[in-house]
Design a protein around this ligand. Structure first.
Ligand code: KG4
Ligand code: ZN
Length: 354
């Protein structure tokens, strides 16, 4: 049982934008955000079997797991339903069937428990993983530069305050995570490809193969990753004599390392360029690809070398990939309840237009 002061808010977060089903309980005081529980269920085994996410199947799994996951999050946090101050839910973007499971569940709980309901844009939500479990003085402050790198997005955003931001640039085609996932599939690796490529890359030489970096030299803040899968396809065809031979473990390691390096260097280059152009000291990174070890190391190095006072924030890997803790945290800092009866899932929400 938690003792409450006026400045304390306890928020239940719900996240179902893609294949994960997640519920979390956070407690926000004036000085910090405490993560009390964060449960994530995913249909990873099913995806690995089919080589990716099948939207209807993901939603069916989420329908089965949403209430047990919420119950587990409440149990683990030690918070009773009547102690919650608000419910936060991912409104979009994402898969419509998956979003509906979370949004309709949150609306129902908001009505029957009589609690305010706060919708969260999943993309902005990702950034709030950088505010979890930190004292106020060690949290990022504004203005800060946000790099969002997930399965569907690679965006550079200038955040000027909670809820206020400007889109600076982003991918013109595939997202960084998508590039990892699609090339992993070409190499016969299971979904999701990012962690697999990253693991295999540890045994490879990143300089083995030269892969295209289409926008890396341009002065804008955009990325392009779609050429990578074609380049990798041609390379694999050449190395295997059009499928007549198998790739050796050495070739596989070298390919994975070269691919990882190409993606990481493109992301690092434009992030540093954005920080220099807008003279921003604080850089926050978010999204599943932010779990990538090589990206974490290279960003740290490049920001130390190329900016005079740059400070980097990257959440621990388990808070980078989809989870409800950052959804609840985003709602705590952007406390704008909406009418539970009218909220609708919106698969097309973005950060580019505001
Ligand atoms: O943020 P996220 O969990 O879901 C979306 O909102 O899209 O990101 C998932 C993406 C996938 O493309 C996955 O391959 C990638 O993040 N990912 C990684 C790593 N862990 C997850 N990519 C590279 N290295 C990793 N360690
Ligand atoms: Zn995400």
């Amino acid at each position: 049982m938690l003792t409450k002061t006026n400045n304390k808010k306890i928020i239940l977060g719900i996240e179902t934008s893609c294949d994960e089903t997640s519920a979390a309980v956070i407690e926000k005081t004036d000085d910090r955000v405490n993560l009390l529980s964060n449960i994530v269920a995913s249909s990873a085994e099913i995806q690995a079997k089919y080589g990716g996410i099948i939207p209807e199947q993901a939603a069916r799994e989420q329908l089965k797991s949403i209430f047990p996951v919420i119950q587990e999050a409440l149990n683990e946090s030690g918070v009773a339903a009547n102690e919650i101050d608000a419910i936060a839910v991912t409104q979009g973007p994402g898969l419509i069937g998956s979003l509906l499971v979370g949004v309709e569940t949150a609306k129902t709980l908001s009505l029957i428990w009589n609690k305010p309901l706060i919708p969260v844009n999943h993309l902005m939500g990702h950034f709030y993983a950088n505010w979890i479990n930190l004292e106020k003085q060690s949290q990022p402050s504004f203005p800060c530069l946000g790099l969002l790198v997930s399965g569907g997005h690679s965006d550079l955003i200038l955040l000027t305050d909670h809820g206020k931001y400007q889109y600076l640039g982003g991918t013109r085609d595939d997202a960084a995570g998508e590039a990892f996932d699609k090339t992993a599939r070409l190499l016969g690796l299971p979904y999701p490809g990012g962690p697999q490529i990253s693991k295999i890359a540890e045994n490879g030489d990143p300089k083995s193969y030269k892969l295209p970096k289409p926008m890396a030299g341009s002065k804008d803040l955009d990325f392009s990753f779609s050429g990578l899968k074609t380049a990798v396809l041609y390379l694999v065809q050449k190395l295997t004599d059009n499928g007549k031979q198998k790739l050796s473990q050495i070739e596989l390691g070298n390919l994975a390392a070269s691919l990882e390096e190409t993606i990481v260097e493109s992301l690092v280059k434009k992030t540093v360029l954005a920080a220099q152009t807008y003279d921003i000291e604080q850089i926050i990174v978010a999204g599943g690809v932010a779990a990538n070890k090589r990206l974490r190391v290279r960003l740290e190095e490049a920001i130390a070398q190329k900016t005079s006072r740059g400070k980097l924030f990257i959440p621990p890997p388990n808070l980078c990939t989809d989870n409800a803790a950052y959804i609840a945290t985003a709602a705590a800092f952007n406390y704008q309840p909406t009418d539970s009866l009218v909220l609708q899932a919106n698969p097309n929400l973005s950060l580019s237009k505001k």
